[in-house]
Write a protein that binds this ligand. Structure first.
Ligand code: F1P
Length: 346
């Protein structure tokens, strides 16, 4: 992401990085509905995309697990826009979902990492994430690159539709341009993440909580921990906790909150209080300089300030690092986790 973005974002034209997909932005701007199909980590990126496209471009978005979509009779009309997200570009469920959508007359678009992959070939147009090769099986930089591309699509379409002000447009474009340096800053503090991870190496369960855009990041944090550390982990919207998962909270339950200074900050504060009242051990991902949440929780990891719409690009990094360090400390092979394949082609 750093390599592909640094200094290349032209504030006058966010479409320049969108490759072939750039020529479909007018069609996207005119559509009433977008369906995103994906699996695993890519599905989580799709959920972030849903939030961004609805918030900025005011387009109704549905995000479907490709593995479910293909086995029902989804309502797709001619001219509907279906976007597939896939790191490998070879995932069989995502491919089948696209074939189904194409047979019903949809415009099918792709966000893939692997150049020339099957999904890239069958789509009408697409954009490559250029996140470099994913050496490990579990997607990490592919996720941040997918979210970057979806942010650019949402910002560019919103600009075309006039649903965002010029000020917000420029703030988001310059905000994206500043992300690589902020990611590097997070990576300079890995020792703290490593120290925290050491204390939780032998936990048997984890809960990840976030709100809004950072709810999918919570899901992704839980998935990474499952994939590479083999620890049972659940991600929930923080406000959903009281509808069931709260029964799991006790002094043996680590709870990771994404608790940055955004529009849901006060609500997250009360969710943290609910967990602390039940003796849960809380690790909070907080905004640099915050003092309130650090005074309430057991551990904090700071991320630099950014517009909250871009925050998943930063908050996902400490969660990936926690999974990585716990997996290494448990002696797992982080690049080749058991039972997983890089491309799920059956
Ligand atoms: C989807 C996915 C990955 C996951 C693992 C298995 O792949 O579920 O998110 O980390 O590698 O496949 P893709 O369609 O994004 O290539």
């Amino acid at each position: 992401i750093a390599d592909s973005m640094r200094g290349r974002i032209n504030p006058e034209d966010a479409t320049l990085l969108l490759g072939g997909l750039g020529s479909y932005l007018d069609k996207i701007a005119k559509t009433k509905r977008i369906v995103i199909v994906a699996c695993g980590t890519s599905w989580h990126a799709g959920l972030v995309g849903e939030y961004l496209l609805e918030e900025l471009a005011r387009i109704n978005v549905e995000v479907e697990y490709a593995s479910e979509f293909r086995y029902r009779n989804p309502i797709i009309k001619e001219g509907d826009i279906v976007i597939a997200i896939s790191q490998s570009g070879e995932t069989a469920d995502t491919m089948a979902a696209l074939e189904l959508a194409k047979s019903k007359g949809a415009i099918i678009l792709g966000v893939c990492n692997v150049v020339g992959s099957s999904i890239a070939r069958i789509t009408h147009a697409g954009v490559y994430t250029h996140a470099g090769p994913e050496i490990g099986v579990a997607s990490t930089k592919a996720f941040t690159a997918q979210v970057t591309v979806l942010s650019l699509i949402a910002i560019a379409v919103a600009q075309k539709k006039g649903t965002i002000s010029n000020e917000l447009y420029r703030e988001l474009i310059f905000g994206l341009d500043a992300i690589p340096a902020k990611v590097e800053k997070i990576l300079k503090n890995v020792d703290k993440v490593k120290d925290i991870s050491k204390l939780f190496t032998f936990a048997s369960n984890f809960i990840f909580l976030g709100r809004g855009l950072n709810f999918p990041v919570a899901l992704e944090g839980a998935l990474k921990l499952k994939e590479i550390s083999y620890i049972h982990a659940e991600g929930y919207p923080a406000a959903e906790m009281k509808h069931g998962p709260i029964a799991l909270i006790d002094e043996d339950m680590p709870v990771v909150f994404i608790a940055i200074k955004d529009s849901s900050y006060e609500k997250i504060v009360s969710n943290i209080q609910e967990v602390k009242a039940r003796k849960g051990r809380v690790i909070a991902i907080v905004t640099e300089g915050d003092t309130q949440i650090p005074s309430m929780v057991d551990f904090t990891i700071e991320v630099p300030r950014t517009n909250e719409l871009l925050s998943p690009l930063l908050t996902s990094i400490p969660l990936q690092l926690i999974s990585y360090y716990i997996a290494v400390l448990r002696g797992r092979n982080v690049d080749q986790p058991r039972n997983l394949a890089k491309s799920v082609t059956v």
